[in-house]
Write a protein of this length. Sequence first.
Length: 281
Amino acid sequence: MASFCCTQQDIVATGCVYFTNTAICVPPSTAATVTDTWTLLQQEDYNQYPSNNQNMLLIGLTGGIASGKSTVKTVLQNLGCYTIDADALAREVVLPEKPAWSKIVQAFGREILEKDGQLNRQRLGEIIFNDPQKRQLLNSITHPAIQKRMYWLILKALLTGERFVVLDIPLLYESGKLLKYLNRVIVVYCSRSQQVDRLMSRNNLTLDEANSRIDAQLDIEHKRHKADIVIDNTRSKEATELQVHQIYVKLNKSWSHWKLRLILIGILFSTCWMLQKIFWA
């Protein structure tokens, strides 16, 4: 199938996806529907595109607020991708009677709890909003718990045969702590004006409130330039889905996960052998 390429500057105009300044596109005339294009994409030769198949196991997914990251994650999940949602883990680790929940109650008092024992997030937010020390204290409790849970899910994915894992982390660049573990970072991009419009419509915010929430995060343009893969979400939902399909095809061609998986199997086998020698000696 013949395809054309475009430069990074053409992203907004064409709605294509690029891998480090090289675009992956299909002819608009053939891209009548996502279903038809998906069939074409499976026939595409992706060897012409730059890749690092030796290191394509952990994929970070991020973007700006209201940029469309949730839409992209849903499409990936529908394609069968193994995804880990950092926000969901953050809610999970602070459920009543969890270790992190107990530490938070001990640090901030029971006045931050609802009647059913759940955290009152609004009240807790008011406490840490203007107090950097208390915000740091909360992060020191929740972040290790989230990361521990995330590592276990990654290990599970590795042992169950997943080719790659997508980590959905809204503040990936802001925290920076997990970047060194990722082999690719996908940024879902839209313009700031679109972020404002979507926030005002979706969350019923004023213009000032929408801008304030956007300003609380790293600028979307900065994230776009730092990304390995950019999904342009300034156009239609169908155009965004097409880009996600293209990315899925490329990532799904990687077999590098077997290298790490064989190492883990070797470690497990060695551990079992050592335990057998110890207890059966």
